[in-house]
Design a protein around this ligand. Structure first.
Ligand code: GMT
Length: 373
């Protein structure tokens, strides 16, 4: 098949999944065309079946807001024409589903099918805001195929937008060979000592991630467990988090690593992963941690309980319950057998349900289904 993929190219789960999907599809012989404003951050391996189409927006003094969405729609239509696309698969509805709708209608003689994958805040935060509500609902309803990354997001989409179209749940996935615990890949000797445990969090540091809860939890764990908290990523909550760590006397034990490539290597060193978000339609970073046998403590929101089975592959707590998180953390970090058992069970759950080998074919069959509609 000839498949156009549009996603946000910057750090973030929706861009990561879109890119991994494109790379696997290309390895399987499909022709994949990424269409975005820069090369997706996870697009690293050369493959002759992959091309990238840059969306350029012409600057003009009249434009307070340069019209990226129009440039993207036009580029989608041009690529569909040139590359004979069968499918335009857009990740994150706002504004990509709308651009794809427009592109499809520009191509009067060609029936390119639009598939929209809903990822999270495109439904729960941005798309449901009144400024975007109507256009998001319209664009999703006009897609020939709709997928959501969890049952929870599917039901949020139905309850928020009253959408009657079929929504297919295809969960996020991980490359379990790359995200596999290999202790020899772990090189942290300049950051932690041999007897220190590593607690990890990776995100784009947005308010929804509740970074402050991680630090408030860590202040309870630190006196009981020799440990360091490693925070990977960049975003608006980084400075407030640094200030909080300093105020709580944790300056030397909370390490901000910034944006990092090779999170799989860092995960190979971690003893515990935290994701205390107030909203998380799936939690891709938790999946990657589980794939590396790292137990996860997450919250009872969105798709996290679909991923983390409480007491079996990690722990689920209520949002903001830092006492409970700290209790589970201390249990896991003091009991090596418990931690390793939960880590192994977490990986098994990933192998059974979220491995790229079993999820990508679900997209391929869905493509076929939409094409044959
Ligand atoms: O929706 C967002 O906040 C952005 C998006 C992203 O690009 O990182 O994250 C969402 O999509 C990810 C990939 O499907 C999911 O793993 C995240 O849970 C989801 N984020 C939220 O729901 C907050």
């Amino acid at each position: 098949m000839n498949i156009g993929i549009t996603c946000y190219p910057t750090y973030g789960g929706s861009g990561a999944i879109a890119t991994e999907l494109g790379q696997v599809l290309a390895k399987k012989g499909h022709k994949v065309h990424f269409i975005s404003y820069s090369v997706p951050f996870r697009l690293q391996e050369y493959n002759q079946n992959i091309s990238f189409h840059d969306v350029e927006v012409m600057p003009y003094p009249l434009f307070k807001y340069p019209p990226y969405t129009l440039a993207l729609s036009a580029k989608m239509a041009a690529v569909a024409e040139e590359a004979d696309l069968d499918i335009l698969h857009v990740h994150y509805a706002v504004p990509h589903a709308t651009c794809a709708f427009l592109a499809r209608h520009m191509l009067r003689d060609r029936d390119v099918k639009v598939i929209t994958t809903l990822h999270g805040t495109d439904i729960t935060l941005i798309g449901s805001d009144k400024s975007f509500f109507q256009i998001t609902k319209f664009s999703i309803e006009e897609s020939q195929g709709i997928t959501a990354v969890s049952e929870s997001l599917k039901s949020d989409t139905i309850s928020t937008f009253g959408i009657k179209n079929d929504i297919r749940v295809i969960p996020n996935f991980v490359n379990t060979h790359r995200f596999n615990r290999k202790e020899e890949r772990c090189d942290m000797k300049n950051i932690v000592t041999d007897d220190e445990k590593i607690i990890l969090h990776v995100s784009n540091f947005r308010p929804v991630k509740r970074i402050a809860d991680i630090i408030r939890m860590f202040v309870k764990v630190k006196p009981k467990i020799k440990s360091k908290l490693l925070l990977v990523g960049e975003g608006p909550e980084r400075i407030p988090a640094q200030e909080l760590a300093q105020d709580l006397g944790l300056r030397d034990s909370v390490v901000f690593l910034g944006q990092q490539e090779g999170v799989d290597n860092i995960l190979s060193c971690a003893d515990l992963y935290l994701l205390p978000s107030e909203q998380e339609s799936f939690g891709l970073s938790a999946l990657e941690a589980m794939s590396c046998e790292v137990p996860v403590i997450g919250t009872n929101v969105g798709g996290l309980p679909e991923l983390i089975k409480h007491g079996e592959t990690g722990y689920i707590t209520e949002v903001g319950d830092v006492d409970k998180m700290a209790l589970h953390a201390v249990d896991l970090l003091t009991d090596d057998t418990l931690r390793k058992t939960i880590g192994r069970q977490a990986r098994q759950r990933v192998l059974d349900n979220f491995a790229e080998e079993s999820v990508v074919p679900q997209y391929e069959s869905y493509y076929e289904e939409v094409l044959n509609q």
